[in-house]
Design a protein around this ligand. Structure first.
Ligand code: H79
Length: 437
């Protein structure tokens, strides 16, 4: 009874929606899985890759839906996909130089097109494109060689399979018959996931997306999640459903939002759970390659994303959308190199840290590791910064950049840091507090 009660509550508390298979009830992560979670939390920075045949059209990964392209038309795109410039060694080297520790790539996006050699369907890169090679296999091999963990994004939503029926909120212009077998669609999805979990070596995990297209549906998550955990106990399961984590998930994600924020409007029900957290963002405003989108974020904006994510105790998964020739646009390659340079100088305030102890503030955030607290001053014009007085003694306060001492004064309830305007860093002024007993 004691064990049953919280689960029953979990099942009914999902925003009033009664799920007939509320994920993997009673899930207890294996020791390997716990270890993988700890690794994930320390890693703090990953590369998101949105790559599919949609890159040929150059208008983002939603182009099929947004432009109401029927399947018969969209199927003419794969024969144009021939990324002769695809070199996974370049991608992985770029990610490593940026300071990223893992890569999450689209194995199948909402358009239903698999970027690997699927045996459950011929709607994939090997069978339908002149390129005819397994994109994921090549990347997996390179990642293994270079010590980068690889996650597969998998879209549960599918605009191509007729069995994805009843239809959800999107994909209604694909020209499919108004009938289909939902269970058969789920079998298909499970079979593809099994391929991904057995054919590409040890994975970091599976990054689900698209549940939100049919929140009322029975997705058989319990079965799917259990299969993943059985095939690869260390693989982390996460889903971009914008809700509190479901049982069986190993990390929680926030799309284009800091944890607990709702600037996008679709995270209103995304309560924070107690799993490792990852926030994903784009460098410009597009996930899949968008030739028209020149709104690239500056180095400062990108570092602020990473630092704020860390201050909120979350990883940052930063996206690139490779071009149809397999190369990554130079604006993004350059920005990532700059972020890497920043991390080589300041990485100890990010990697292996946890968010806090001071909650995020308008002036910036804090991170901590061992006896050190890193005060990231992102936006503070005045010479004196007041922090809540720590409960532990302060042995020293120094700039991370050059080790110079920061004069401080302790009040009854405040720690006052006197910041030297000449030491202010336009991106992030980091003060390291060394705590004693
Ligand atoms: O893969 C990237 C995007 O293609 C995908 N997730 C990232 C990681 C994504 N799908 N949708 N969105 C991002 C946001 C769009 C949400 C909407 Fe809706 C879909 C608005 C209207 C339809 C979901 C359903 C939110 C409101 C209704």
């Amino acid at each position: 009874m004691k064990r049953l009660l919280p689960m029953t509550l979990a099942a009914v508390s999902l925003c009033g929606i009664a799920l007939s298979s509320p994920a993997q009830e009673g899930y207890r992560p294996s020791p390997e899985n716990r270890q993988a979670r700890a690794w994930f939390q320390e890693a703090r920075f990953g590369l998101f890759v949105h790559w599919g045949v949609y890159s040929v059209l150059g208008r983002g990964e939603w182009v099929m839906h947004n432009e109401r392209i029927p399947i018969a038309e969209y199927e003419k795109v794969p024969p144009r996909f021939d990324p002769t410039g695809y070199d996974p060694a370049k991608w992985v080297a770029m990610a490593k130089a940026a300071g990223m520790r893992y890569i999450t790539i689209t194995s199948k996006h909402h358009d239903g097109f698999a970027m690997y050699d699927s045996k459950t369907s011929d709607y994939d890169v090997v069978d339908r494109t002149p390129y005819a090679k397994d994109v994921l296999a090549a990347l997996a091999e390179e990642c293994r060689k270079e010590g980068i963990r690889l996650f597969f994004y998998y879209s549960q939503l599918d605009w191509h399979r007729p069995d994805y029926f009843p239809r959800g909120r999107t994909g209604q212009w694909a020209g499919r018959p108004e009938s289909g077998e939902w269970d058969r669609y789920l079998d298909y999805m499970d079979a593809q996931l099994e391929e991904l979990l057995t054919g590409y070596g040890p994975l970091g995990g599976i990054w689900f997306d698209g549940w939100w297209d049919r929140p009322e549906a029975d997705w058989r998550l319990g079965k799917t999640y259990a299969t993943i955990h059985r095939l690869q106990p260390a693989a982390l399961v996460g889903s971009n459903h914008h809700r509190k984590p479901f049982p069986g998930e190993d990390f929680q994600m926030f799309e284009k939002d800091l944890p607990g924020h709702n600037t996008t409007g679709w995270n209103d029900q995304a309560e924070i759970g107690d799993l490792p957290i990852e926030m994903c963002e784009t460098i410009n405003n597009s996930w899949g390659y968008n030739a028209e989108d020149g709104s690239h974020k500056s180095l400062k904006q990108l570092v602020h994303l990473l630092v704020k994510a860390a201050g909120y105790d979350a990883n940052l998964l930063l996206n690139v959308g490779p071009r149809p020739d397999g190369t990554i646009q130079p604006e993004h390659v350059e920005r990532l190199a700059e972020v890497g340079e920043w991390l080589r100088a300041n990485g100890e305030s990010i990697y292996g840290t946890r968010g806090g102890p001071i909650p995020p503030r308008p002036w910036g955030v804090t991170t901590h590791a061992g006896d050190r607290v890193y005060v990231h001053v992102l936006d503070w014009p005045d010479p004196v910064l007041a922090l809540p007085r720590p409960t532990r003694a302060i042995r020293s306060a120094r700039y991370l950049k050059d080790g110079r001492e920061v004069p401080l004064r302790l009040d009854e309830d405040a720690l006052l840091l006197r910041l030297d305007p000449a030491a202010a860093d336009p991106v992030d002024t980091i003060v390291v507090l060394e705590l004693g007993s």
